[in-house]
Design a binder for this molecule. Structure first.
Ligand code: MG
Ligand code: MG
Length: 261
């Protein structure tokens, strides 16, 4: 069942998503070699609650294992998604994808940004640049009258043309009162295929892109997903609404990018 949102609901989604953007910017200020992802989790948890919202990821159910123990996902280097914050300090040259979700006034925010820790190799910088670019190219394809497959096609085309892998097992999604609603939004696909995009449709678009193979596997903790070849992966995510026929980005990287990261 796909729920198209009213203007009022879109505003609530925007508020939840702007809070995610501000949370990610708070984390950006703290990211440096030596900081642990558990320390980042604590900052995020407090910031979200201080702003009257609930960190949606905390206690998120898992059909295969324990519920998610933290308020953000922190995926370092070859970790693709759903990395669990740990006591391991980040090192110079690492990358860390921080995925964050908030529930504010009954609506969900969901956005992710991959950060550099200290000085990162040119090769990895390029992976981040192309992945972020593919997010915006995917968003541009999300116009009323197009189909979900057009989004995935655009993302896949861009990333594969740079020789990168597009993760298949994890995808974007509809978003609203629930963090994960229909439809699924794969980062691969065929033009003109899938659900029709309409005004009021709200989506989380989130390319998960790898430097090598697109194949991934799940670690024994039943959450952390890593690349099979252990090459790095990047993940950028925005929540959008189709509004007046066009995609409007509800989350924001503005506060992060102001910091020059
Ligand atoms: Mg997310
Ligand atoms: Mg998401």
């Amino acid at each position: 069942m796909i729920f198209l949102k009213t203007e009022d609901e879109i505003e609530k989604l925007r508020n939840a998503n702007l809070l995610v953007g501000r949370t990610l910017a708070e984390l950006a200020k703290a990211i440096k070699p030596g900081v642990t992802t558990k320390q980042l989790d604590k900052i995020a948890d407090e910031f979200i609650r201080d702003n009257g919202a609930i960190p949606t990821f905390k206690g998120f159910p898992n059909p295969y294992g324990p519920e998610f123990p933290a308020s953000i996902c922190t995926s370092v280097n070859e970790q693709v998604v759903h990395g669990i914050p740990s006591d391991n300090p980040l090192k110079d040259g690492d990358i860390v994808s921080i995925d964050c979700g908030t529930l504010l006034d009954g609506y969900n925010g969901d956005s992710c940004y991959t950060f550099m820790v200290g000085e990162v190799s040119e090769e990895v910088k390029e992976l981040l640049r192309v992945t972020k670019e593919s997010l915006y190219i995917g968003i541009e394809a999300a116009c009323a009258g197009k189909r979900i497959g057009d989004i995935g096609f655009a993302v896949q085309q861009h990333c594969e043309s740079h020789g990168y892998g597009v993760v298949r097992e994890f995808v974007g999604h509809g978003i609203g009162k629930e963090m994960h609603e229909e439809p699924l939004v794969p980062n691969y696909g065929r033009r003109g295929n899938g659900t029709m995009i309409k005004n009021g449709l709200c989506l989380a678009i989130e390319p998960m892109i790898t430097m090598g193979t697109h194949q991934v596997y799940l670690l024994a903790d039943k959450w952390t997903v890593i690349t099979r070849d252990r090459k790095p992966a990047a993940h950028f995510e925005h929540t959008i609404a189709i509004h007046h026929g066009k995609p409007e980005i509800l989350s924001s990287f503005e506060e992060i990018e102001k910091l020059g990261v």
